[in-house]
Write a protein that binds this ligand. Sequence first.
Ligand code: ADP
Ligand code: ADP
Length: 228
Amino acid sequence: MHIYSINDVCKSFNNGKVEANKNITFSIKRGEIIGFLGPNGAGKSTLVKQMVGLLKPDEGDIHFYDQKINSNPEVLTYFLGYMPQRIGALGDLTASEAIRVTCKLKGLTNEATKVEVKTLMDEFDLNRIDKRPLNKLSGGENRLVAFCIALIANPEILILDEPTDGLDPEVRKIVWNKIMTLNREKNTTIVLVTHNVVEAERVLQRVGLINNGSIRAIGTVGELKDKI
Ligand code: ADP
Ligand code: ADP
């Protein structure tokens, strides 16, 4: 069974004037690394926001295993880690506070929360930036915290919106290593959005090319090599 099935999803804004997603259809197998590549404004963020339940499709269905999530996104809290482009809602908190709050939202016990906060803060060297709230951090620092929040409680699937955008090269390497290790060792399914062709070719098994709200092509990186 597929972990995700997206069937004929349409989403528009401004009373239909902006058609951000047009008839998007694809499925994702457990354990794969799939990415969506396309220019700014192509509709990538809109697609992943629907997959994580932050936006509701105007038309079409999204299934997580056999659960239709258009109307039931809560099911995702326990299985999914999402890294948005920017952390908005938790911006007044520091990194450790934001991780702690998210652990609580995900239903972790006090003890498990303590362990999770310490593990992530140490692994990604976040203690040095824990004096400032997230909205006072640099773009790259903020995104690293967003990545850590997505990792809480070892989700079965990670959905990452431009995971390494704005990170310096050293941190970028750490983030890619973590993503690839989770996939290899825990069979974590990885779905990501990028406009970085070089990184896409290096890490993705399958790629969907998005332009103007539609998937123009989807297949292995090898199959689509001359289209990327
Ligand atoms: P990408 O992630 O590929 O850069 P987006 O999904 O963010 O693209 O945006 C797709 C299109 O939808 C763009 O034209 C964008 O301006 C528009 N859009 C996205 N979110 C909204 C919104 N909340 N209200 C109006 N238009 C939006
Ligand atoms: P992201 O793609 O991570 O959402 P953006 O800067 O594109 O980052 O969007 C920031 C917020 O503004 C998002 O909630 C998005 O849905 C919304 N947005 C994006 N484009 C538009 C737009 N043209 N009009 C109104 N809201 C928009």
